[in-house]
Design a protein around this ligand. Structure first.
Ligand SMILES: [Zn+2]
Length: 539
């Protein structure tokens, strides 16, 4: 048996562990131990983030593989391959065609694992999740560079400078803030808010007139206040239909402009929840549902069609039981509880999930993808989580305890300043108008700093060293979830979110930490299970 070995070499000098020399020694040692011949050790240099600069070694290896110059490709360190799983899946297909095996090995041990299709599919799903998120990111940047963030002409709180630029008018921004505060904190109705503004003689922007419920709601609904400049909400459909068509949110062009922000995300989405009447329904639901853990899927399957995932307020599936005759079989199925309660027009999700079938499928899924490949899966998961963490860190910027305490100091300082101005106002040293003038920019700065502070602080909650612990918890949870070949509802919910869509697609989110900061989203459950089935047939 002739082996081709493939590895990637870091160009960073300090990564001694990865030096080419070390790797060659490793492969030679392994070949001696496992008694195989090395045809060649192929390698590529230069790993920058998720990109390999050059793939000469890789390409040469593929050419040689096609020419059948060796029998097995042995790849060092599966975690490295994760960065290009889709590519490797392509490779895998070709290799099968050419009759060449693919195997993995890792540092620190002498095991060689043959890559099986299930495992690779799982990796591909991870990779797709990554690609999707990267795709979003790319789109986002492109939109900004293309300057598609065209701003509206007249919006309360802003002055339009040019096509792409707004300037916050502090007095109006204060009114916007008060409206959100009235609504989310003081729980005032929109009619009452309009009344207060009218009593104070504050005028609307467009018509310079009185506030109504509708104009108040327009403010509370406007995502510009959280810095989202939204274009392409609708589109002109030409001949023969000359009308404006509303587009789904996925097609909107959204450009993030933090400099336009007046309201925090948290407060804004809370307002949306109240406006939708979802918040209360959701809580009412939760209360009722909290009682039952005894069924495998209690509050574990979410309907994707009747709630906005952004607000994280899904409706759960509910359990139904029917017995057709006294001695006959009992049918148990799960369906959207909202549709079930509010009728066919309330939600398009008509999917029913057979309890026993689904329980079996889930158990098989956890076993075949995770428990049967525990070692390699934990490595794959480790890599995914590490990268997610890395990405989060990048989003926030360099973390540094000194930065954190500097921000805390700055917050303290500004709070004191603010208090001074307010006191001066109270004592009549300066006018109320002046207080507002001084305090408004301070408030703005404070909000920014607090946001930054909490982000930097949150990010410290998960350290790279914690990830191993999270992964071992994850596998423990899997074992507890399927103990005795039954689904344990409580452990299941710690482990995954299950989401059902009207077209029959089921998605699984894997959860690794309590705050769900490290989450692998939207694994296509049906496809993964189908894969297992075809594998069974093939064997
Ligand atoms: Zn539904």
């Amino acid at each position: 048996m002739k082996y081709a070995c493939y590895c990637r070499v870091s160009t960073k000098k300090d990564e001694q562990l990865d030096s080419l020399e070390t790797q060659i020694k490793y492969f030679q040692h392994l070949a001696k131990e496992k008694k195989f011949d090395i045809y060649e050790i192929y390698y590529d240099e230069g790993i920058t983030g998720s990109q390999i600069k050059n793939r000469d070694g890789y390409n040469r290896m593929i050419e040689d593989a096609e020419a059948k110059k060796f029998d097995v490709i042995l790849v060092k360190d599966i975690t490295r391959i994760m960065r290009n799983t889709l590519l490797f899946l392509e490779l895998y297909k070709d290799l099968q065609k050419w009759g060449i095996n693919l195997a993995f090995t890792n540092y620190g041990n002498m095991d060689i694992e043959t890559a099986d299709k299930n495992y690779l599919t799982m990796l591909a799903s991870f990779a797709e999740d990554e690609a999707r998120r990267l795709g979003q990111r790319v789109k986002f940047t492109k939109d900004i560079t293309a300057k598609k963030g065209r701003v509206p002409n007249i919006v309360y709180g802003y002055k339009k400078i040019d096509k792409y630029t707004l300037e916050i008018i502090p007095e109006e921004a204060e009114v916007v803030k008060r409206m959100f505060d009235y609504y989310t904190n003081d729980k005032l109705g929109t009619a009452r808010i309009a009344e207060i503004l009218n009593e104070e003689g504050i005028l609307t922007k467009r018509n310079k007139g009185k506030w109504s419920q509708k104009t108040v709601i327009d403010i509370l609904r406007n995502r510009l206040y959280i810095g989202d400049v939204i274009n392409k909400k609708s589109e002109n459909r030409g001949y023969p239909e000359t009308r404006r068509v509303q587009l789904p949110e996925s097609e909107w062009v959204i450009v993030k402009r933090e400099d336009f922000r007046i309201i925090s995300d948290e407060q804004f989405w809370e307002a949306e929840e109240i406006l939708d009447g979802r918040k209360y329904q959701f809580h009412a639901n939760r209360k009722r549902e909290r009682q039952s853990y005894k069924y495998p899927f209690s509050t574990a399957i979410k309907c994707m069609d009747c709630a906005d995932p952004k607000k994280n307020s899904y409706y759960s599936f509910r359990r139904n039981v029917r017995k057709y005759s006294k001695s006959g079989k009992t049918y148990i199925w799960w369906c959207c509880s909202y549709r079930n309660a509010h009728g066919a027009n309330s939600c398009p999700n008509t999917i029913t999930i057979d309890e026993r079938d689904f329980e079996e499928q889930l158990i098989t899924f956890f076993k075949s993808y995770f428990l049967d490949n525990k070692k390699s899966m934990s490595e794959a998961v480790l890599e995914v989580l590490k990268r997610k963490l890395e990405e989060q860190n990048q989003d926030v910027g360099e973390e540094n305890p000194e930065d954190l305490s500097a921000i805390a100091d700055e917050i303290d300082k500004l709070e004191k300043q603010k208090k001074n101005y307010v006191e001066m106002g109270g004592e009549g040293i300066i006018t109320f108008q002046e207080v507002r003038e001084y305090v408004t920019p301070i408030n703005k700065k404070l909000e920014e700093l607090k946001l930054q502070y909490s982000r930097m602080n949150n990010e410290k909650n998960i350290k790279e060293s914690d990830i191993n612990k999270l992964i071992s918890n994850f596998f423990e949870n899997i074992e507890k979830t399927i103990e005795g070949d039954k689904i344990n509802n409580q452990y299941l919910k710690r482990l995954v979110d299950i989401k059902s869509r009207h077209d029959g697609a089921i998605f699984i989110d894997l959860k690794f930490d309590d705050n769900e900061e490290l989450k692998v989203s939207n694994l296509p459950f049906n496809e993964l299970v189908e894969n297992l089935k075809s594998e069974e047939v093939a064997n």
